[in-house]
Design a binder for this molecule. Structure first.
Ligand code: NAD
Length: 241
């Protein structure tokens, strides 16, 4: 088996064809609102209801019945099921489309839109309603529930586990990410330094495109299923030799 362990980093581009806007593309979220007004701890301190409303609206959009996982999400779930080695998906996305497609070995490094977190005691709980300022934490009873998302300037989640996965992987795939957000944009360098094969799949070359050993450009719903099928059939062919 050429690539025993696989780590896949995904970004907003993989969910674009499911109907969720990316951040930086033309017409994307940051062309409509300023990041510093809605996605930083300072914005939340200054104006909590604007920040809560921004995430309430996105949570409500995500719960629309028209939003479903697409062929790229399903292909990654199939890879996890059929690959004999370890397959881990590390997503920057806060939507729930990987798990809805069946991916199990999943890290939400930037948190999850359908969860709330208590800023006082750290309790994380499933949350599908609008989140307001009056909501009390069921554990510590303080009115300190906030979206369970990582804002700019905060530390992404589970970085130790991600570092370990990257140092043990033989194939690193980056799908649908512009390579603008650190530390995810640096994962390719870690994987390269550990001798991994590195592949970018994106609509267009990302900021870090030159760091990848292989690249494929086009829409995720076409490229990801093709890539996964080739990977699985090459692996099966190598076993039958
Ligand atoms: P980004 O908006 O910066 O970049 C998206 C990338 O996807 C672009 O390079 C674009 O060319 C590519 N892309 C667009 N449509 C595509 C398609 N159909 N197929 C393949 N690629 C496509 O997103 P990012 O790099 O993930 O930015 C980081 C931040 O965006 C993360 O922190 C993440 O939390 C957040 N985000 C998440 C969601 C979500 O949960 N779905 C949506 C928007 C933003």
């Amino acid at each position: 088996m050429r690539h025993k362990n696989i780590v896949i980093l995904t970004g907003a581009g993989i969910s674009k064809e499911s109907g969720i806007d990316t951040f930086r593309d033309r017409g994307g979220i940051w062309s409509k609102v300023k990041v510093e007004n809605v996605a930083t701890p300072q914005a939340y301190e200054r104006d909590p209801s604007t920040v809560q409303n921004f995430y309430n609206e996105r949570r409500n959009n995500l719960l629309d019945t028209s939003i479903k996982p697409n062929a790229a999400h399903f292909a990654l779930a199939k890879l996890e099921r059929e690959w004999p080695g370890n397959v881990a998906v590390v997503t920057q996305n806060i939507d729930n489309l990987h798990e809805a497609a069946g991916t199990k070995n999943l890290i939400h490094m930037h948190g999850e839109l359908l969860k709330a977190r208590c800023a006082n005691c750290g309790l994380v709980l499933g949350w599908e309603k609008p989140l307001g300022e009056g909501e009390k934490c069921p554990d510590c009873h303080q009115k300190t529930l906030r979206p369970h998302v990582v804002w700019f300037g905060e530390m992404p989640l589970m970085m130790d586990t991600i570092d370990q996965l990257l140092s043990d992987c033989n194939l690193f795939l980056s799908i649908g990410t512009s390579g603008n957000v650190y530390p995810a944009s640096g994962f390719v360098q870690v994987a390269n330094s550990c001798g991994s094969h590195t592949v970018e799949i994106n609509l267009e070359p990302s900021e870090g495109a030159s760091l990848f050993k292989e690249s494929k450009y086009g829409v995720a719903t076409k490229l990801v299923p093709d890539f996964v099928d080739t990977l699985i059939s090459n692996q099966q062919a190598s076993l039958s030799i």
